[in-house]
Design a protein around this ligand. Structure first.
Ligand code: ADP
Ligand code: ZN
Ligand code: ZN
Length: 737
């Protein structure tokens, strides 16, 4: 046997930023090495799994020092050159270790050295030598002769399972034939699975705006063009997606559909499955590993017509990608907030660009970034200004709750309106973005409050589970009976969470079940879907919940939406706070009156004259967004500049600050004059889970300058003498700061 000469450039599943070169494995037994296959390699004193990203003709490492890879784990590449290109770009853009980024695109199990085929069923076929073989030579090996006959009779390859079914166990015979060089193992691709459309359901007749939207996107099939489907809530955006998907599938393409939350996948999944004649695969982190891996395989093999998933689905290879849809594109959940800090939406745009296909970003409250892209002409806007199906827009009223006698945070006026709707047999939706019973416990005698010992945060009282909990670090305590500070007996729960409101409502409206939807009431898989389905069927008359309840869901029976506390977002320090608050309010309001019955919205506030609320409610989201964009431009904030955040944390505040100060001092590199450094400053929650957190912001009006600066600066940062207790990370296009 001869050894194959050849250099394999491998990205290792480890936090290292560069690939490493190896030589091809010794011996010819295994699969031929190709980019996109996983390999097992010696690394340091151990071994690691990696992915071949290139097979260069020369290496900076001298030939005699190249170590051979130990095994090639996949018969066929798991990632195509295109997939590799996309993922390498993403790793570079977000400054994330190459191998880690690549493995984010694969099922978890494949991070280990488990071999795979290319998917499909295992089978056997004759080699050319085997086809030319003379059966007489097998006279004394009847089983081998049988297998040979069977393979010669089959068209091409025969699945192993079929061989066993026809001939019994023939593994010994196959091994013997393989030694002769007459047969070889192979993979047999399964056929695509069709959808389950009841062909009668063609959906409603599109209105002119919907039709125009569909036509414009369809005209862009086969080339890159981003669109903003700017449609008010319930304007029929999903209908537009369905028509586009139908057209694309008919043309043989695959589509990627991203939604911000796991909770949105069942509803949309059902709707798509009922209407599309194609196999639908759903992928998100809430599925068991085995199910995710199976879905991943069906997507990668091209069997899935539509891949519907949360942000990580953007990384899944799709060989015939022809359309990308990102629903609720403004949603913060598209940005991963730790590790590989990518934006699923932004990567989706890049992905569409590399695939040469259109992408539709849909929202009733588009992000300012996307609106800026519309203005600059990069994205094309497709407006849907009317609610579809004849539903009118809801009326909106502000309720000034200053000096009002509130019951668990509800004003007399809101309670009256709830009562009226319930009497008329309608459903009511109440929104409060705070779970638990009360956001803090305090001592009436000395003023002690239930702070988290590990975070700059309060412990929330959860009464049903009898716990004080920190929503930031997960700390759990039994609530004290007496004040830990003064020993006084008068401890009081201050403020409202969803649990407390639920309790008040069931006292006030006995016999009327309340659906409480928050992270506590939906811990187990399936809970959320069950609650939402029951709510849609009208089994609950009052729906109460956090953002989880309001995002994108459709409840035809809801006529009144109550926003219990609009003030929490009015005075945030983050420059994005008003944008987030506006999006949240408009989305919540959009849950009202989505069917025939007209909707009302009541918003409780102590600041009814706040200019933000006035503009938003009087002139609507577009006017708000225009004003907000003008402010961002004046302040040179994104999207009119570009940002990168260096986050550092340590067991002592000084260590994190020292690191960031050293980082700032080390910034004397090319492009320094084209960026501005702000900080170091403390993170919004300076202490979290017992660690001190600080950050350094880098900003530039030009993305290219920022990237040029990072290219020089990051290697310097990596070389800084950093105490082991300091952890730091790079966040490109940070969303919370
Ligand atoms: P969005 O995705 O914008 O929230 P949907 O597509 O869910 O809106 O549509 C809202 C409701 O209006 C749904 O019940 C849908 O079936 C209905 N609908 C959508 N388009 C039309 C149309 N052209 N004619 C009648 N009803 C429609
Ligand atoms: Zn006290
Ligand atoms: Zn905490």
């Amino acid at each position: 046997m001869t050894s194959v000469a050849g250099i394999l450039r491998v990205a290792i599943a480890a936090p290292v930023s560069t690939p490493f070169d190896y030589s091809a494995p010794v011996g010819l037994d295994g699969p031929t090495p190709r980019p996109g296959q996983r390999v097992l390699v010696p690394f340091g004193r151990g071994r690691r799994v990696g992915i071949i990203i290139a097979m260069p003709t020369a290496s900076p490492v001298p030939a005699e020092r190249l170590k051979p890879v130990m095994a090639i784990l996949d018969d066929e590449p798991l990632l195509t050159e295109n997939d590799l290109g996309f993922l390498l770009w993403a790793a570079d853009y977000y400054r994330y270790p190459l191998g880690e980024a690549l493995f984010s695109a694969l099922p978890t199990r494949l991070r280990r050295a488990v071999p795979t085929g290319s998917g499909g069923r295992q089978g056997w076929r004759l080699t050319s030598q085997g086809r030319a073989g003379c059966p007489e030579t097998l006279a004394r090996a009847p089983k081998q002769a049988q297998v040979w006959e069977r393979l010669r009779g089959g068209s091409g390859a025969v699945p192993s399972s079929e061989l066993t079914a026809d001939l019994g166990d023939c593994s010994a015979a196959l091994r013997a034939l393989a030694r002769r060089g007459w047969v070889e193992p192979c993979r047999i691709a399964p056929c695509a699975v069709a959808g389950e459309r009841s062909l009668a359901d063609h959906g409603p007749v599109l209105n002119p705006e919907q039709r125009a939207a569909v036509e414009q996107v369809r005209a862009a099939f086969g080339r890159f063009q981003p669109f903003l489907l700017d449609g008010v809530t319930a304007s029929g955006k999903t209908e537009v997606y369905i028509r586009l998907l139908d057209d694309l599938l008919a043309a043989g393409g695959q589509a990627l559909v991203l939604v911000p939350e796991i909770g949105l996948t069942p509803q949309l999944g059902r709707r798509l499955a009922a209407r599309l004649n194609a196999a639908l695969v759903v992928l998100h982190s809430g599925l068991p590993d085995a199910e995710r891996e199976e879905g991943w395989r069906r997507a990668v093999r091209g069997e899935a017509g539509v891949l519907l998933g949360t942000r990580s689905a953007v990384l899944v290879p799709l060989p015939r990608l022809g359309l990308v849809i990102v629903d609720e594109e403004h949603d913060l959940s598209f940005k991963q907030q730790e590790g590989f800090r990518y934006s699923g939406r932004d990567l989706a745009v890049r992905r569409a660009q590399l695939a040469g296909c259109p992408i539709v970003l849909g929202s009733a409250t588009p992000s300012l970034e996307t609106l800026a892209n519309v203005r600059s002409g990069r994205y094309r806007r497709l407006p849907l200004a009317q609610r579809a199906g004849g539903a009118g827009s809801p009326t909106v009223g502000l309720v000034d709750i200053r000096a009002q006698a509130l019951q668990a945070g509800l004003s007399p006026r809101l309670l009256e309106c709830i009562e009226r709707e319930l009497t008329a047999d309608n459903q009511v939706l109440l929104f409060l973005n705070r779970r638990g019973f009360a956001p803090l416990l305090t001592c009436h005698d000395c003023g002690w409050i239930s702070g988290c010992p590990r975070c700059d945060a309060r412990l929330t009282l959860h009464r049903s589970s009898h716990q004080l909990r920190c929503h930031h670090c997960g700390l759990v305590r039994v609530p004290p009976v007496r004040c830990p500070h003064c020993g006084g007996p008068d401890l009081r729960a201050l403020g409202q969470g969803t649990e407390r409101i639920e309790e008040m409502l069931s006292r006030r409206f006995p016999g009327l079940p309340v659906a409480r939807v928050d992270r506590d009431s939906t811990r187990r898989r399936g809970d959320l879907t069950d609650l939402l389905n029951a709510a849609r069927r009208g089994e609950f008359r009052i729906l109460l919940g956090t953002q989880m309840l309001t995002k994108g869901h459709h409840f035809p029976g809801v006529t009144l939406v109550g926003v219990l506390d609009a003030d929490s977002g009015l005075f945030g320090t983050d420059y994005r706070a008003p944008e987030r608050m506006a999006q949240l309010l408009i989305q919540v309001m959009g849950r009202a009156g989505r069917a025939e019955r007209p909707g009302h919205v009541l918003i409780q506030t102590r600041h009814p004259d706040h200019p933000f609320l006035r503009v938003l409610l009087r002139d609507g989201y577009p006017a708000f967004a225009e004003a907000a964009l003008a402010e961002r431009r004046t302040a040179a904030l994104p999207p009119f500049s570009h940002q990168v955040l260096i986050r550092a944390e340590a067991s002592e505040a000084a260590l994190a600050y020292d690191f960031l100060r050293a980082a700032a001092r080390a910034a004397a590199v090319p492009f320094r004059d084209q960026v501005v450094l702000w900080g170091p400053a403390s993170a919004p929650m300076e202490r979290r889970a017992g660690r001190w957190r600080a950050q350094l912001l880098v900003q530039s009006p030009r993305r290219a300058s920022l990237r040029g600066f990072l290219d020089h600066w990051i290697p310097v940062l990596k070389g800084l003498p950093t105490p082991a207790r300091v952890r730091w990370a790079i966040d490109v296009d940070p969303q919370d700061m």
